[in-house]
Design a protein around this ligand. Structure first.
Ligand SMILES: Nc1ncnc2c1ncn2[C@@H]1O[C@H](COP(=O)(O)OP(=O)(O)OP(=O)(O)O)[C@@H](O)[C@H]1O
Length: 509
């Protein structure tokens, strides 16, 4: 029985449909039908074994060691002893009590426990740890300690450079420094904003701060005017993203500009494909390699896959979730292009949902304001492109909906990682249609890798070969418009959507 023939019956799920079938096929069909039943019209028990398994594994809501890590491997010469408590920092590394007192967490997470001593021993670090496991503090804390105790902060140059893929993440890292060092005047942390870039390039004597947080596209424009003579630390947060096709030219230029300097390097991400790992290791000296549940989705996220039949079916599914109360805010909805984000926004506004939208075509000010309003719960449902997939930490996001199947395993892991953070439980739902023949396999594979017990029909779908994976990454699936009014896909709409999906998402930062 052809899997997609079964699925193509769409959202109607008509049981009376007369299929000639043997017992085995009937059993398969039952399984598929149950898994597609997002309107809950079937009385069969929910067979979502992934959810069941994860519920069973779930533990009380606190942090380390509650975060369930599945596998970890720490390698490299002279691996330092892990940190058992934050108080250890005072004894082992003479970190000031005032800095330690600003850490509001009971204990370090595993990545912090392994990476902080490495950083303070001046080691290069390549680290992969799940989304929401506290990677930011793992480098912010050592940098804050080092700069607070250094005498030479009077020099104008940048001492630590932190590269991140999006402006939102840059602001968030700045906030992490602010929380930790509030009131301290020993060093300055700045984000390379448009206005700072303008000042640096036009005013003599304009300063970039002791710690500069920047996105690659903006930093390359400032390289010529920045003073890196005192630079000692280089952090690439979301390192795999910074080396992927959208950012690689700029990241390469930045690394080339810094070549020859003795730097302590830290590269981190929840996903570090082997190609990126090889590349990163070539840039490092005797690195500490910290791999905690590498390449896996956070164990705290319950993953679901929902067959929506068609584009119209996706809208119906969202509306159904609104009715049944499944859309408990805060909710993040990911779509694949700017045009689709705007279209879905208009549909949900029409439905009276407290919703906003964020993508690379909104101004920097609008983007900052939207994220702040979402963080303050003034916006309940936020529609976004992959611009918010990486790093963004919004407390208590309940649900992530992949309205469009993401284009890679990495994108999937990061998107769903906006929920289930810091040991809390979260839920992710991915809609798919028959247009998603290949990319849904990528999602299923992550589900398997993450320990979800997937259903048999999922097992039978197989894997996606490397070439197809590459193609999927570069070219999003062509989809019908998001609209209550079913419209035919026109040539014009097609090409417009293609542009939005590929070029804009590549440029978004
Ligand atoms: N030791 C800790 N105990 C409890 N919570 C922590 C701890 N360290 C950090 N957190 C909190 O965990 C949340 C996630 O941290 P962070 O954003 O650094 O995760 P991340 O690993 O960088 O995730 P991503 O891969 O998505 O960027 C934040 O809200 C942070 O304040």
């Amino acid at each position: 029985m052809d899997f997609f023939r079964l699925l193509s019956r769409g959202t109607k799920l008509d049981n009376s449909e007369a299929f000639a079938k043997n017992d085995k096929v009937a059993e398969d069909e039952d399984k598929i039908t149950r898994s597609l039943d997002f309107f809950h019209t079937h009385s069969l028990p929910d067979p979502d074994v992934c959810e069941k398994k994860q519920k069973k594994e779930s533990e009380p809501e606190s942090h380390e060691p509650v975060i369930p890590y599945r596998k970890s491997k720490i390698t490299g010469p002279d691996v330092p002893h892990p940190l058992t408590t934050f108080q250890d920092l005072a004894n082992r590394f003479q970190v000031s009590e005032s800095l330690i007192s600003r850490i509001k967490f009971p204990a370090p997470t595993q990545i912090q426990s392994e990476a902080i001593p490495g950083f303070l021993h001046d080691r290069d670090i390549l680290a992969s740890a799940p989304t929401g496991s506290g990677k930011t503090l793992a480098y912010v804390l050592p940098i804050a300690h080092i700069l607070q105790t250094q005498k030479q902060n009077t020099t104008n140059g940048i001492k630590a450079l932190i590269l991140v893929p999006t402006k939102e993440l840059a602001v968030q890292v700045l906030e992490a420094f602010t929380i930790l060092t509030r009131g301290s005047t020993t060093f300055k942390v700045k984000v390379l904003t448009k206005s700072l870039l303008a000042r640096l390039t036009s005013e003599t004597g304009a300063k970039a701060g002791d710690v500069l947080i920047a996105t690659p596209l903006r930093l390359v424009r400032a390289l010529a005017v920045l003073d890196f003579d005192s630079l000692r630390h280089l952090v690439l947060d979301e390192a795999d993203k910074l080396f992927d096709h959208a950012f690689a030219p700029q990241t390469d230029d930045i690394l080339a500009h810094l070549r020859g300097r003795t730097l302590q390097k830290t590269f981190l991400s929840a996903t570090l494909p082997s190609s990126i790992e090889t590349l990163a290791l070539n840039l490092m000296t005797a690195p500490l390699r910290i791999l905690i549940s590498p390449g896996q989705a956070a164990a705290t996220v319950t993953q679901n896959l929902t067959y929506a039949g068609s584009e119209a079916g996706k809208l119906l599914a969202i509306r159904q979730m609104l009715k049944t109360g499944e859309l408990t805010p805060p909710v993040l909805i990911f779509v694949q292009s700017v045009e689709r984000a705007n279209a879905l926004f208009h549909e949900l506004v029409y439905d009276g949902v407290n919703v906003d939208v964020i993508h690379g075509e909104r101004t920097e000010t609008q983007r900052r304001a939207v994220v702040q309003r979402f963080k303050k719960a003034e916006v309940w449902v936020l529609i976004c492109t992959d611009v918010l997939a990486r790093g963004i930490d919004v407390h208590g996001v309940n649900l992530v909906i992949n309205y469009d199947v993401p284009q890679s395993a990495q994108a999937y892991i990061h998107r769903i990682g906006r929920t289930g953070r810091a040991g809390k439980q979260g839920k992710a739902v991915t809609f798919f249609t028959k247009d998603d023949v290949e990319n849904v396999k990528i999602v299923i594979n992550v589900m398997k890798e993450s320990g979800c017990v997937v259903e048999e029909w999922m097992m039978r779908l197989g894997k996606v070969d490397k070439k197809t994976k590459k193609q999927l990454k570069r070219k999003p699936v062509e989809r019908d418009n998001i609209s209550t009014q079913p419209r035919k896909r026109t040539r014009k709409n097609h090409s417009k959507e293609k542009t939005n999906g590929t070029e804009k998402s590549a440029k978004e930062e």
